[in-house]
Design a protein around this ligand. Structure first.
Ligand code: SF4
Length: 339
């Protein structure tokens, strides 16, 4: 009998290396096929940061649908030296290994500021907006824009079960029902030719298992450090809370996502989604006359001309604060030989 090296508490399932890989791939393949995430002849753009989630997403889309679809990579460079440059190096290694066309898009070229410069302005001028609020808006805008320019039918992202469970809780606690209604394996209720539907092949796959799979399959990915601007982000509160619930009650993340899937048709039928329009400044999609990205850039530019604020907004701590994210020992038992 083969040695059991991996235990998943929510089953509980015990796997050897080979059978864990089979189990993992079967679940992702089922998510792709059941939800028709990749149809014959489609072009799918994949947002690849170089982290484990997007690396596994690209690898498995290539493995399961590569013969029938065209895959293209988009890597967004936020301009965070020592972090994103290293992860993009891993993304490039994967593109090369899989022979996939790709582009690298810099915030600096698109919005005039890198994230590092934005953080400097924030601190000098005492701006209260969180780093990820800028970054998330800019990334979504660029991914949609460049996927559309590639003539992609869909945009795949590496969001996993943990990301999605956190987002559900965040939307519940923010009372953001419209966003809760439109999140899913295929994101967005928007019907607009400028909007590229986003697909999530890892929707039912726990984050820790993605890392184990990437290590076992020797998929190149960057996993040494988190973003230096991620300390204190709201998502970390929900990550810790939901990981603690999962540790006490294995299977809770799946239960939460199943609940969402069951109530989502009711939410969709009752929630009025905002109509999308084109931003009067950049032409990208927006729910208001000026899109969020242009609004943020305008504020940054105006702040640059202002005197430094005497009354500073609370400063964001810098550094990575998500120990739980890196602690593979929680919720999954692994043989030490994997690394
Ligand atoms: Fe951007 Fe925040 Fe992610 Fe850092 S943690 S890359 S600032 S969204």
């Amino acid at each position: 009998m083969k040695a059991k090296i991996i235990t998943l508490p929510y089953g509980p399932h015990h796997f050897c290396e080979e059978h864990f890989i089979q189990f993992f791939e079967k679940r992702v393949k089922k998510t792709i096929n059941k939800n028709k995430l990749a149809r014959f002849g489609e072009t799918i753009a994949v947002g690849v940061s170089g982290g484990k989630d997007s690396a596994v997403t690209l690898s498995l889309l290539d493995k399961f649908a590569g013969k029938h679809i065209t895959l293209k990579g988009i890597s967004i460079d936020e301009g965070i030296p020592g972090y994103r440059d290293k992860s993009i190096d891993q993304a490039k290694a994967l593109y090369k290994e899989l022979d996939i066309d790709h582009i690298i898009v810099k915030y600096k070229d698109s919005f005039d500021y890198s994230m590092t410069e934005i953080m400097q302005i924030k601190q000098e001028k005492g701006l209260a907006q969180k780093s990820c609020s800028y970054c998330g808006v800019f990334r979504r805008t660029l991914l949609n824009k460049h996927a559309r320019e590639m003539k992609a039918d869909k945009l795949a992202t590496g969001h996993n079960l943990d990301d999605e469970a956190q987002s559900v809780l965040m939307n519940v606690f923010a009372n953001n029902i419209p966003r809760l209604a439109r999140t899913g394996i295929i994101n967005g209720l928007e019907k607009n030719e400028k909007f590229i539907p986003r697909i999530k092949p890892l929707y039912f796959t726990p984050e820790k298992e993605v890392e184990v799979y990437a290590l076992l399959k020797k998929i190149p990915f960057y996993g040494e450090l988190c973003c230096p601007f991620s300390s204190g982000v709201k998502r970390n509160v929900f990550r810790t809370a939901i990981d603690e619930i999962e540790a006490s009650l294995p299977g809770s993340k799946y239960a939460l996502m199943n609940t969402l899937q069951e109530i989502q048709p009711i939410l969709i039928s009752h929630v009025k989604q905002e109509a999308l329009q084109e931003c009067t400044q950049c032409g990208e999609l927006s729910s208001a006359s000026v899109c969020k990205a242009c609004e943020l850039i305008t504020k940054l530019k105006m702040s640059s001309f202002m005197k430094n604020s005497k009354k500073h907004a609370p400063q964001e701590k810098q550094g990575c604060s998500c120990e739980a994210k890196h602690d593979l020992s929680k919720g999954i038992e692994l043989a030490s030989s994997i690394k």
